[in-house]
Ligand binder design. Structure first.
Ligand code: CU
Length: 100
């Protein structure tokens, strides 16, 4: 009986940690499109601090995009909300949509 409770507690902890990590990684960032390079699958975004990416200051930088289709949905000057992750090849936008 005791053992089952310990296993259940360990499972609950694992699930809790997993959810927390996902939430931190998926933190949305507000930005503005400065440049789009469809051929290279890259977008230049000006954005505010993104603590989950280790970016404490506002900046303008180039991101690769996971799905090139998102580059057709936005244009230079658009305000966007996006999520990004640090990949081996650089920072990559994993999700992006026009800010409402
Ligand atoms: Cu940045």
């Amino acid at each position: 009986m005791n053992r089952i409770i310990r296993i259940a507690a360990a499972l609950a902890l694992t699930v809790g940690l997993g959810t927390g990590a996902f939430a931190a990684q998926g933190a949305a960032i507000s930005g503005e499109v400065k440049k789009i390079d469809e051929g290279a699958g890259k977008i230049t975004l000006k954005h505010g601090p993104a603590k989950n990416l280790g970016m404490d200051e506002p900046m303008t930088m180039v991101y690769r995009v996971k799905d090139p289709a998102v580059l057709k949905e936005v244009k230079v000057g658009d305000k966007v909300t996006f999520e990004a992750e640090e990949a081996a090849s650089g920072y990559m936008v994993t999700r992006m949509e026009k800010a409402k």
